[in-house]
Design a protein around this ligand. Structure first.
Ligand SMILES: CCCCCCCC/C=C\CCCCCCCC(=O)N[C@@H](Cc1ccc(O)cc1)C(=O)O
Ligand SMILES: [Zn+2]
Ligand SMILES: [Zn+2]
Length: 446
């Protein structure tokens, strides 16, 4: 039976039970949040979301929970399951964004929904800021939310964003997991290197082409690691806090970094992840050149992504890079750049840090060590330094080295149990933020 419009048969609108269940579930996206009187929802920069949860005690300074909805691309190649299928398999939810950072976004909203269903009314106000462009700098999401809150005169007690994790298996000889709360993050530079040359017929080539010149420059950069900065920045504190978790003699070494620092720094640079903690790193991430197989290339371009160690600045790193390239034919163009972020407090009086400690100890009693550290990646929280000096980058999720490789890589996944625990953590954290009794300063601190 023809239904017109060239369609041979009408498709009956009958849905099976599973489809009907999925339909209503998809509709029920946190209904209690959206009907709660003391919660205001705003869309910022077209796709970012800002929730203001008004607490009952206006004397308590508000805080902010952050996450982002956007993800980096994920071609199908190499994935066990399609990267955007959200398939649940073997106890894991597979897909791009399950660790970076849709897990946090959903866990925050799910935890709040579950609290509201239980008639929870917060004492301490808080914001939930969900950016939509974190993976492309956050300029239209987080940056606009920050400007809006600043215009409203908001000051925050602290921020919790993505960043570090409960780390398990990252350090040789350390068998136990430990929580590293990032109290700072590296700086960043996206730098374009470019070589221009007169095009011509490839049958009579010059001694070097633009591609060859640029490739040689990049090779020099890859063969010349920037200085090992071990000993400056939060890393020493991290390792000293970890010393007790190590067996003899590693524990002695870590308690005496004044003596064994050079040895430890050499050991750390051997592994690509811990190397990122001791120096400014450089990654060649894009290379574009050539117009046709028989044409001398008029231009070669490369993008290098640098993550700046806390002891260095953008300017210092640019100087080092130009000195290593040492070829006037290579032009430099800074696309984006920002210095390393200030170090947030982690002492007894640091409310946000202590709330994280308290909640980690409650939800993860097996984690004996909680240490401040640095985030080797960057986060949207860098856009909020005008609203607070206390920014903590921490996901309450176990991370193993193979999981780290999946972030921006292939086969990113989170276990159902880890996700449920993340919801539980935030559920507790929000309540702890209401009842936390700040420690009475010791006499010597008065
Ligand atoms: C004792 C030490 C043990 C080892 C510690 C290291 C473990 C590493 C664990 C986690 C790091 C994972 C980083 C996640 C947060 C980064 C999220 C992200 O991808 N952010 C983007 C943001 C960005 C910045 C600048 C841009 O132009 C675009 C995007 C990023 O690329 O960093
Ligand atoms: Zn990312
Ligand atoms: Zn992220």
């Amino acid at each position: 039976m023809s239904t017109g419009k060239g369609r041979e048969r009408h498709i009956p609108s009958q849905f099976n039970q599973g489809e009907r269940f999925a339909m209503k579930e998809a509709l029920k996206v946190f209904p209690t949040i959206f009907k709660t009187r003391f919660i205001q929802h705003e869309v910022i920069g077209e796709y970012s979301h800002l929730f203001t949860v008004q607490g009952s005690d206006p004397s308590l300074q508000p805080y902010m929970l952050m996450a982002h909805s956007d993800v980096v691309p994920a071609p199908d190649e190499g994935w066990e399951v399609p990267p955007f299928s959200g398939l649940e398999h073997d106890g894991f939810i597979h897909g791009r964004g399950t660790l970076d950072n849709k897990n946090s976004l959903m866990a925050i909203l799910q935890a709040l929904e579950l609290l509201l269903i239980r008639n929870y009314i917060p004492r301490r106000s808080f914001f939930i800021a969900l950016g939509h462009d974190e993976e492309v700098s956050g300029q239209n999401g987080a940056q606009k939310i920050s400007a809006l809150l600043q215009a409203r005169g908001v000051k925050l007690a602290f921020i919790v964003d993505e960043g570090n994790f409960i780390l398990d298996g990252f350090i040789p000889y350390l068998k136990k997991p430990f929580a590293m709360i990032a109290v700072s993050e590296k700086g960043g530079i996206n730098l374009r290197l470019q070589v221009n040359m007169t095009p011509g017929h490839s049958s009579a080539p010059p001694k070097e082409t633009s591609i060859g010149i640029l490739a040689a420059a990049i090779s020099r950069l890859e063969q010349t690691p920037l200085p090992n900065m071990f000993g400056s920045g939060p890393l020493k504190t991290t390792l000293q806090e970890l010393a007790n978790e190590f067996p003899f003699p590693a524990n002695i070494v870590l308690r005496n970094l004044w003596l064994f620092g050079p040895l430890v720094s050499r050991l750390m640079e051997r592994n690509y992840i811990t190397n990122a903690l001791v120096r400014t790193t450089m990654a060649l991430t894009m290379f574009n050149a050539g117009v046709k197989m028989n044409v001398i290339p008029p231009m070669a371009q490369a993008i290098i992504n640098l993550r700046i160690h806390p002891a260095q600045t953008v300017q210092e790193v640019l100087e080092l890079i130009k000195n290593i390239v040492a070829d006037d034919r290579v032009q430099f163009h800074v696309l984006t750049a920002f210095d390393p972020l200030p170090v947030s407090p982690s002492d007894h009086q640091a409310l946000g840090y202590q709330l994280l400690r308290q909640t980690i100890q409650s939800i993860f009693p097996e984690v004996n060590t909680i240490a401040p550290g640095i985030c080797i990646g960057n986060t949207d929280s860098r856009h909020y330094t005008n609203l607070t000096t206390s920014i903590y980058r921490f996901n309450p999720v176990y991370l193993h080295p193979q999981d780290f490789r999946s972030i921006h890589g292939i086969n990113e996944k989170i276990s159902v149990q880890a996700y449920e625990t993340q919801v539980k953590f935030i559920f507790e954290f929000i309540q702890n933020a209401d009842t936390y009794q700040e420690p009475i300063p010791h006499l010597h601190e008065l």
